[in-house]
Design a protein around this ligand. Sequence first.
Ligand code: FAD
Ligand code: DHB
Length: 389
Amino acid sequence: MRTQVAIVGAGPSGLLLGHLLRQAGIACVVVERQTPDYVLSRIRAGVLETVTTDLMARLGLDGRMNAEGMIEEGFNLADGERLIRIDVKALTGKHVMVYGQTELTRDLMAAAPDRGLDIVYAASDVALHGLESDAPWISFQQGGEACRIDADFIAGCDGFHGPSRKAIPAERTREYERVYPFGWLGILADVPPCHPELIYSNGPRGFALASMRSPTRSRYYIQVPLTERIEDWPEDRLWDELALRFDGISERGVRRGPALEISIAPLRSYVFETMRHGRLFLAGDSAHIVPPTGAKGLNLAASDVAYLSDALIAHYRGGEDRALDAYQQTALARIWKAERFSWQLTKLMHRFPEDGAFEHRMQIAELDYVAQSKAMQTAIAENYVGLPL
Ligand code: FAD
Ligand code: DHB
């Protein structure tokens, strides 16, 4: 089979890119390792910046998001005793949207057939070839058959563990990494949220986040050591812990209900600067990971795709390659700032095992400063809603 852009991975970055290219009349095929049901069973991010909601609007796929998503005009940092509200709307004139990554993915997947976006699911052994030539191609197996797609370009949208980044020769790559000594244990349940807006808390029992998906569905996370396993956390134990962390500071207190999902995610900061190699372009988690504090992961994937789709469209419309040539540099400028914000907020809100009482007092002093300083609040709000493209 021949196409113009072969996209590896049907996560948010691959699906958004595929739809934007199709909207511009560019031929593309998305090749995904998992089944559609598996892709939709992954519970991940929940907070969308304007960069992401604008792309959905540009595609005309924002109907359900606007009807069911919740506009958030502020959020809270907590120091164990009080809430420090960051009035995002007043400080920046902007807001974020609470709408699950799963729902966004569902909307993009559902619209694919009507818009001629071909997605090959359950493809195994995906491999990339000829990246330094004018005729790159991918190979894979599907239903026992060997398949090949020839293309002008390959977009590596296959997440942190996919094959695209690994296809770049090691001597050409530059990467930076920080692994954190803890993870986030998350629970999703059909119970009303404990507070009308998100709370990131650094209390005496460690970090916790109270988030939501709707007025009747809550998402909570707590910081846990990397040695912890899900089996160590029967639901009652997790609800007890969440009550200890949020009952005193939230408006309504934690309501309990059966878990729809429980998972543990490790925390990492990672940037792979070689986002272009010949005819291969990387976007989203295949090139960078942020710790989830600050909700930047999915939104960074969307900004990469905004740059990359515009650059590919300029290539096909007028043979203009300046944006393609600048893609890596343009994307990295925004990525590093989001990395900085996620790292900073992670350091401010978590208990690090190597830290002592002094470092904790520094965190409390910084939160106290945030509580009193409009300049500090503005800097946090500006980053939280997302820096401009
Ligand atoms: P992905 O969503 O990872 O999509 C990549 C796709 O490529 C997947 O569908 C995968 O199946 C496919 N793929 C992988 N290997 C192959 C292969 N060999 N062949 C073909 N296809 C392949 N961000 C937040 O902001 N807040 C959160 O709470 C949050 N929680 C997270 C929890 C977890 C467990 C993880 C992993 C991420 C979380 N993130 C969170 C980050 C956010 O979900 C990601 O930044 C976002 O999904 C990036 O989108 P992507 O399309 O680039 O990558
Ligand atoms: C959610 C996840 C995040 O990483 C975050 O910073 C805020 C909210 C969520 O899943 O709702």
